[in-house]
Write a new protein. Sequence first.
Length: 433
Amino acid sequence: MDKLVIRGGNPLLGTVRISGAKNAALPCMAAALLTDEPVILENIPQVRDIETTRKLLAAMGAEVELGYGRAHHRTTICARTLAAPEASYELVKTMRASTLVLGALVARCGRARVSLPGGCAIGARPIDLHIKGLERLGAKITQEHGYVEAVTDRLRGAEIVFDKITVTGTEDLLMAATLADGETIMQNCAREPEVADLAALLNAMGAKIQGAGTSMIRVKGVTKLHGARHRIIPDRIEAGTFIVAGSLTGGDLNVAGCDPAHLTAILQKLAETGVKTVVKADSVRVMGDQPLQAADMNTEEYPGFPTDMQAQYMALTTQAEGTSIITENIFENRFMHAQELVRMGANIKIEGRRAIVRGGTPLSAAAVLASDLRASASLVLAALVADGETIIDRVYHLDRGYENIEEKLKAVGAEIRRVGNIFPKRAAAPAQS
Ligand code: EPZ
């Protein structure tokens, strides 16, 4: 099991280039199931979840090419025939976003069998709203043996109002509605940029979608979609993570190839703590030469402060003067990084959905454990400023959503290396003479 070893204290200096957004690439790969023609996606990030999705689509019978040559991070997916419109538990348990194939499979094949995702470290994360929406579109749903089975002759357009704002729920039903008979109007939709990116691909494939990126989306169903080529948007969470890293380490870091328009809430909150940035069309330069001040933060659905940046923000506030109150409104158990930060010297108290961070505490290196993707990122950030050498275990969590993070950090001055098992197996005792 890989570990990251990070010696803190180096300011990050130079330019880091942001990869494509994992959370846009995943639904866009699922969208390829809606047509029997090739779909080409560019700017695909080289992360574990993309490989998992490749396996998932190939297991259904789709042809999936995935290449990460210097010139391109590209995948070509052709779902000419789908012999097995299924998502097995073995794959879904490693990546809950596999449920994104549900809507596309029902719409394309008239049936789908997808494993329920089961529990998750950060919260219950049911998919009841995905299922309710599909039933509104006319799918007959049964649940047994841990699987959701959906069948339909043809989905029909309907009015859907989401009880709660759900990102992949919006994406799942958006895909299903593109091939439904008639018009679908979805309200209380997620407004994340990844939803709009998926809609851009679907419209390039011949779908008729209006309003993606707002809370109301209209879809006029069509009988067939064709192939298309699409470039995935940059990863706003990776960009936010590196902006925090540049500030925390007192560096001067140019975060290039991002879309600042997706970072408004993040940049506004960081400015409140004193983080200094220069924003250009496709980059954010962050200068960490200012002392940081505490600032309260509530996670909200987009365009509010993203829950996927909460752990990274917490790491930042451990170094800000004063007390910051962080409220996690989206998931019920997304503070697992807090105790690991406390082991490094942070002063954090958890009270239900609130974390009270008393900042200005120097951090010292420790052996720590990553628990989920964004918690891992916050431990990396803390290690970059901790005194000494931090060892982060279970970095496979990090590899799910950050492309080559140690190469990117090393290139701007971090002292970081990836190692296998740090404590080599004890040599076998010599045979008793
Ligand atoms: C997406 O997950 C992202 N994943 C998550 O990113 C992100 O944290 C989350 O949106 C919130 O922004 C992908 O896009 C692949 P939700 P998703 O449905 O769609 C409840 C990362 O770190 N809910 O918007 O699964 C749910 O329990 C990952 O990259 C229901 O109750 O999140 C949660 O409390 C982590 N019923 C809230 O809604 C449902 O049917 C928001 O969840 C669906 C959701």
